[in-house]
Design a protein around this ligand. Sequence first.
Ligand code: MTE
Ligand code: HPA
Ligand code: MOS
Length: 782
Amino acid sequence: MSANKKPNAGPQPGGARHFDAPAHTRGQSIFLDDIPLVHGTLFGAAFGSPIAHGHIRQLHLDEAVQCPGVVRIFTHKDVSGENQIGGIVPDEPLFAETHVHYCGMPVAFVVATSDAAARHAVSKIKADIDPLPVTTDPREAQARGELIVPPRTFRLGDTAAAWQHCIHIIEGRTETNGQEHLYIETQGAYALPQENNAIRVYSSTQAPTATQRAVGKITGLAMHAIDVEVTRLGGGFGGKEDQANGWAALCALACLHLGTPVKYALPRTDDIVMTGKRHPYSSDFKLGLDAEGKILAYEVSFYQNAGAAADLSPAVLERTLFHCTNSYYIPNVKATAYSCRTHLPPNTAFRGFGGPQGMFVIEAAIAKAAETLGMPATRIQKANLLRSGDEFPYGQKAVSEAHACWQKAEQLYGIDVLEQQVEDFNAKHRLTKKGIAFMPICFGISFTKTLLNQARALVHVYTDGSVSLSTGAVEMGQGVNSKMIQVAATVFSIDAALVRIQATSTQRIANTSPSAASATADLNGKAVEMACHAILDRLRPVAAAELNANPALRSSQATVDPASIQIRNGLVYNDGEPTILHWKQLIMAAYVRRVSLSEHSHYATPQIHFDYTKEKGHPFAYHVYGTAIVTATLDCLRGRYSIDAVKIVHDAGASMNLTIDRGQIEGGIVQGIGWMTMEEVVYDEKGRLRSNTLSTYKVPDIYSAPAEIAVDFLHTDRNNLAVFRSKAVGEPPLMYGIGAWFALRNAIRAFNPAARLPFDAPLTPEKALMGLYQKQPSHVAG
Ligand code: MTE
Ligand code: HPA
Ligand code: MOS
């Protein structure tokens, strides 16, 4: 990879690479299932409700209890604490009691001497459940008043007054479907009893503290008696921000009752069926423009399909509102969002966290406006990009890179040539068409819940000079551990090999926020930076004292002032001059002088606030911008297509690790394209998941990934609140994938200008084919 040689690369401190790569490629990295089992470990398996809504009349466990290897079967009656795992709203029992609310809802937990025995016994459990009416549609739920939380509305200006100034008013409806996380490592936990009624839980969780809290609630143990430890996840993507907790609580409950270690690593099908997904949304929009394509007003209503319990839905809902105008400035906005309770597994965080769902709607509105006005969508997009100082509907003022990214993309990738190529191709080919679309993005960095924007780090320097680093960050492939090592190695100016990152543990770092919101490196990295600086501040006087006591160590004979001490590449410098005092000697000297070599630091993002009574404030530390140009080729006979290229200018601030950031961008795009084009979550009218295997649920593979992903980093040295000014990168790139939907739409329209394709994602080949041969405008307005 030539990324590091790019002229626009920022400084790459502390040996920028992905430190997990060698062990991953050798198969040596430890995931939950690789933890050596303690002798006597038992295995769990959950019995999930076979129907989506009903009243439990009777549970028949007799036959299952008789099965070989079964030790015990747990139900809600065995919960020693409180049968509740709801994170934001206490509306989610761990075990169903009298009612079931979705297919797969845990009703019983079998513990046996082997995985196979536990699963076999689960198949022998019978339940008499009287069925009740099932709702899977969010609009239907809203109409019946089935809301998780009261609706919320963001307002800017006055839309009612603005319509009269609009020359064009466009209305429509959009649908975006859910998305299965399909992390490579399924959900799971392993609980081990400790002395004095304590417990250790290994969990594949993005949120060790949330897991610890849920285990505490279910078992009745105090949090100090529960250690949750995480080495790394084989992917989370938001699916383990809230939904890892239940499995850990089941294992912990059984472990405490039986006094033996209990493990449950979910089989793939259980995982797919029992866990929630990205929220499907149904939305209505109304967009008003002047004759030149300037957007004057936007009204939008979002119907979020929350599933059967709140989970993270209220937080996801608000991020939809925060991102409802994407990268555009619109002076008059009214956006309302409903979180609708249905009988699906509770839907949850997924990369972008409601933002992508909001952005799809405004892009659809612009695409439809472009047709009405008879101008290219790009002209409307470009004419309305945010400028610095523009106000978001929630009151924060933009510090915008939107134009910089767009213009650089146009120039760098030669937009005139690209558009001409598409036109020429389409003129020459009757049954194959190409489409091109721009996708600008703008994503706010910080948890929208202000209190979560805090983190802690614990740094120990040992007497041999090696450094131990603990933070609340969870490594899930995104490379946060590598970035943490870089921060420590850079602040101390020592070789990265001297720094080791420890497994994330609630005993070492308390009260952690989830590793989520793309903010993990910023929050934990800032805490690491502070801790290392605090230690460094104590080392300087030690170095000065050592040099003063030992003139042979230095060249100048003047008295050494601690303020003139620096460490560079493991060597002590005095006033810019190298001495012969090394890091290791310095550390030993500090120890001998009884100076503390450990520090625990706390970081809380400054400047952010939000007033929920007014829906105004400054919720984000900063925004990440970018522009993607997506091109696609469509086989107009079969509806098959390929995404040819995604060419991006991405605002990375001053990236501290281009290798990791490029990986995040490539992965995010492919995941976004999957959501927009092929991943189709299907529940039937009874709330049963039909797309419950990889033969019925298509995720992008290497053949469906774009043939070309070009990434150019917009290097900005502006002061921001990112760690080392290296902007967060985890989620934003997923939203470039939305461009694929619109590129395909343009290809369809190149073949069939009469097509009025509904704004319905994913745009599967079947839907593409319908659009290609559509004669009548569809009744779902498109
Ligand atoms: N990348 C990998 N490889 N695996 C993951 O699970 N999760 C994504 C993103 N990138 C994820 C990933 C999501 S949903 C988020 S919020 C961020 O990483 C979280 O990590 P960060 O805060 O360190 O960016
Ligand atoms: N992003 C991700 N996870 C969250 C957020 C957010 O903004 N708020 C609460 N959990
Ligand atoms: Mo990411 S959806 O915030 O875990």
